[in-house]
Every structure is written in C-alpha cells, then in structure tokens.
Write a protein that binds this ligand. Structure first.
Ligand code: GTP
Ligand code: MG
Length: 466
C-alpha cells in the first residue's frame, strides 16, 4: 500500500529485543483501593487469591513459552523458557501483556529471584496477619502500625500466639507461601515441574541468604527520555481472528469502534497526564503531556497500566455495545511507548496514523464491496493492485454508487479523544451541534481532521504545549 510523507516517524521506534532469560512480574495497580472497593477479606482473601491463580493459569495455557509462575497478594511472576521467541523477544510487546520483567543471566539468579519473592510473601503476610488481628481487637490503624514497627519475625509469631492464640505455621499455605504454577510433563507421572528443573536447574534451599539488591540489579531500567512527547500505542492482539470469531461487520464495525472509543475515554479519565488519544481499527495512540512524571517515566509501568486498563474496560463494557453477542474469549492488547522530541514530530506521528486510517479504510471499503459483489478475495486484491485514491473513489462511485466522502466520519477520520476546553454540545459522547452540553474538561470523542495543522492551531489547549 502507498507510503505517506509521515512514515519517517517510524524511525523513532526503538528495537528492544531482550537478551537472556525473561521473567515478567505483574503487580496490581492501586490494589489497596481495588480490594477496599470490592470488600476483600483482610488480611487475605482466599477467593481473590484463587482468582489471581486461575487468571495466571490461563496465562500459562495461552502462552506455551511460559513454563513457571509464582504469585501472592496482587502480584505474579512469569518465567519464559530459555529459548523463547515470544513476540521476537521485544520488550515493549512482552511488557504490555504484563507489568514489568526481570531478566536473569544465570539460572541461579532466577532461582534467587523466585526465592526472594517467596521470602517477601512470608514477611508481608506475617505483618498483615498481625496488623489486622490488632485492628480487629480494637486498636486504631496507627496504633497497630506503631506497635509492629521494627518487630522481628520471631516477635510477630509470639505476638500472634500469645495475644490471639494463632500458630502462624498452621495458617493455610496459600497465604504463607503464595502459589506456584507448573506445567506438568504428562508422560512422566509424579514428576511435577520436570520442565522447569530441566530448564532452570534446581531451587536453592537456603532462601534466607538471598541478597535482594543482587536480584534487583537485573531489573530492566527503561526510563523514557525526559521532556519528550511520549506516545503509547496499543494494538489488538490477533484482532483479525477476534473480529472474525465475533462476526464484526466488514470493513468497519461501528459498535466495535465505539467500544474502543469508550475504553479510550476511560483511559483519559483515569490518567490525567494523558492529554489526547487517537484510535483507528484495533489500535489507539495515547499522548502524554511532555512534562509528565507518570510512574517516573518508566515505560514498562506506563504501557502495562494503560494496556491492562483498556483491556479490562473492553471486557466490562462489551455487553453495552454488543448486548446480543457473547464475548467468546478474552481479548488482549499489546503496547509500546515511543518518545518524540518535538511538537512538530508528534503532530507528524498523529498525521501518520490518520493517513493510515484513510488509506486502509478506502482500500478495505473497495475490497469488501468487490467481494460482496461476487469476486473472490484474490480477484479483488488483484483488481485493486496499484490503484490510486482517485481511481478507488471512482470505482466506489461508478460500480457501487458510494460517494466515499459521504461515508461516516468515524470510518474515514478515526476517533480522537480529548478534554473539552469549554462546554461543548455532545451526543453519545460525540461532539455535535446539539442541545446537550458537557462540562469543561470532560473527556469527549470527536472525528476531526488531525492532519491539518489548522486543527492544532485552533485547539492549542489539547496538548497545551509551551
Ligand atoms: P496483530 O496486531 O499483529 O496481533 O495482528 P492483527 O490480527 O490484530 O492485525 P492488525 O492489528 O494488523 O489489524 C487489525 C485487524 O483487525 C484488521 O486486519 C481486521 O482484520 C480486524 N479489524 C479491526 N477493526 C475491524 C472492524 O471494524 N471490522 C472487521 N471486520 N475487522 C476489523
Ligand atoms: Mg492488531
């Protein structure tokens, strides 16, 4: 398909292939709030832990390259097999599926890491058990915190035993040890974890000697350049199949696009630092303000927080947009973060995406009209090979009576998500000249031409560059 003059922006995307062993740790975002809102049992909610375990088991099922997982509280660590070519080992792709990762050079480092996380689980659970027993017995939160400050393991065990008659060692293992998920080698009965042992070697027994700083030193540092425009682009994973299975309209399914838009609105509502979003097909680009210090500009955190919020919103809101269609399997979105050094290059990036929207939409509209008129897919492809914009418009007009420029804006322009500067007229979240007024600063969806510089000159507040 044709290239545009904006394609040069692709050169800002960095290669980020991971060396060595890949370990990814995900961690619930603002989970104390989440567990409060959902009234989780304190200090441990067995159902919540089991949910986490079953989600992680699903991850293991989905990605054959993950051979081991360990989790407790709101975090899970996933270990990839040494030879994995998962997403060509590209960090941003892998990171978007999970929150962060550790890479370990030697098997013993990996063992040390896993053992270290397990030790952390011990310490946390013991503290939490004491803390909530004290609070339940009538102490205020700050009194309980004060009493437990600087106490050792032994002291906490004694406190539990003498004050509350609890023998810490008899509490369920799920709380004390966290959970391990293995893939069993079916043919070797009784040898749970064979693959892991083959791949990683043996676990060290003496977990008390693990040096946290040593393990931490393998954490991938991935700070985004300061004072650059950061764009996080998420993209539906295998959406070709997803849209087939869910029988999306071809070439454009308006409901599917509106569902994407409502997820993007949720992202802007959640992250104040995101000033603009642009979406087309199964992708969405989010622009962070230049000075943003979100997650101290750690790309792994930013990408995974956005991709996971977008995905969970997609699942939750599915029924609002497809009330008569069942969601057949969980969708996922991968993501990447790219830094653009100047405002002009940022606008060229956005123009590049909208030009892509134009080119693809025009091609797809022609392609599916030809297919619907009886041509095979190959015949339609051959027919369209080498055709220019004008020729495609003529084909649509003469053969199918379609004036391309009258097709819905959402298909031709894609969707922009932004905060309104003044009260604007809005219908179903979309800016129109109408009666309903939205408050200033409210997140709205529009289908504007963002290639034209005039748009940005007229709306300098959107990216509020200085
Ligand atoms: P990866 O992103 O590499 O995992 O592959 P993908 O299958 O998601 O393909 P890609 O992101 O390149 O393209 C998105 C695909 O989603 C399109 O090729 C379509 O098959 C499908 N898709 C997106 N939006 C629609 C829609 O509105 N209707 C239909 N029928 N399909 C759509
Ligand atoms: Mg995709």
């Amino acid at each position: 398909m044709a290239n545009s003059k904006y394609e040069y922006v692709k050169s800002f995307e960095l290669e980020d292939e991971l060396p060595n062993l890949i370990l990814v740790r995900i961690d619930g975002r603002d989970f104390s709030r989440f567990s409060q809102v959902h009234e989780f049992e304190k200090p441990n909610d067995e159902a919540a832990l089991n949910l986490l375990n079953s989600c992680s088991a699903a991850v293991l099922e989905e990605f054959p390259d993950i051979i081991f997982a360990y989790g407790y509280s709101d975090e899970y660590s996933f270990v990839f097999k040494k030879t994995s070519r998962f997403y060509q080992r590209r960090a941003s792709k892998i990171l978007s599926l999970v929150a962060s990762f550790f890479a370990a050079v030697y098997p013993e480092v990996l063992q040390a890491y896993l053992a270290w996380r397990q030790q952390d689980c011990h310490a946390n659970n013991q503290y939490e058990t004491c803390f909530w027993m004290l609070v339940k017995s009538g102490m205020t939160i700050s009194e309980a915190q004060e009493l437990l400050k600087d106490t050792q393991k032994q002291q906490k065990n004694e406190l539990l035993f003498h004050k509350f008659g609890i023998n810490y060692k008899t509490l369920p293992e799920l709380f004390r040890q966290g959970s391990c998920l293995f893939k069993k080698k079916i043919e070797e009965k009784g040898c749970v974890g064979t693959i892991l042992y083959n791949d990683l070697g043996h676990f060290s027994k003496d977990i008390g000697r693990v040096e946290p700083d040593f393990v931490r030193s393998f954490q991938f540092e991935n700070k985004l350049l300061p004072l650059t425009w950061v764009v996080v682009r998420i993209d539906g994973s295998h959406f070709h199949r997803f849209s087939d299975v869910h029988e999306f309209e071809k070439p454009n399914d308006e409901q599917a696009l509106k569902l994407m838009n409502s997820c993007a609105v949720a992202v802007l509502q959640e992250f104040e630092d995101i000033h603009f979003g642009y979406g087309v097909s199964d992708e969405y680009s989010f622009v962070l303000k230049r000075e943003s210090e979100l997650y101290q500009r750690q790309s792994s955190k930013i990408i995974s927080a956005i991709a996971s919020l977008f995905t969970s919103t997609y699942v939750i809101k599915w029924g609002d947009f497809f009330p008569r269609k069942e969601l057949k399997y969980p969708p996922s979105f991968d993501g990447r973060a790219v830094c653009y050094p100047t405002y002009k290059i940022l606008l060229d990036y956005l123009a590049w995406r909208q030009v892509d929207c134009h080119i693809n939409n025009q091609y797809n509209t022609c392609f599916w009209m030809l297919v619907k008129s009886g041509k095979t897919k190959t015949q339609s492809q051959d027919y369209l090979k080498g055709t220019q914009t004008r020729e495609k418009n003529e084909l649509l007009s003469s053969q199918f009576g379609i004036e391309y420029n009258t097709l819905p804006l959402i298909f031709r322009m894609g969707s922009s998500v932004l905060r309104s500067k003044e009260a604007v007229a809005v219908e179903n979240g979309v800016v129109v000249s109408g009666k309903k007024l939205k408050r200033e600063g409210e997140v709205v969806v529009d289908h504007c031409n963002i290639i034209e510089r005039g748009f940005w000159e007229e709306h300098p507040h959107i990216l509020s560059y200085s």
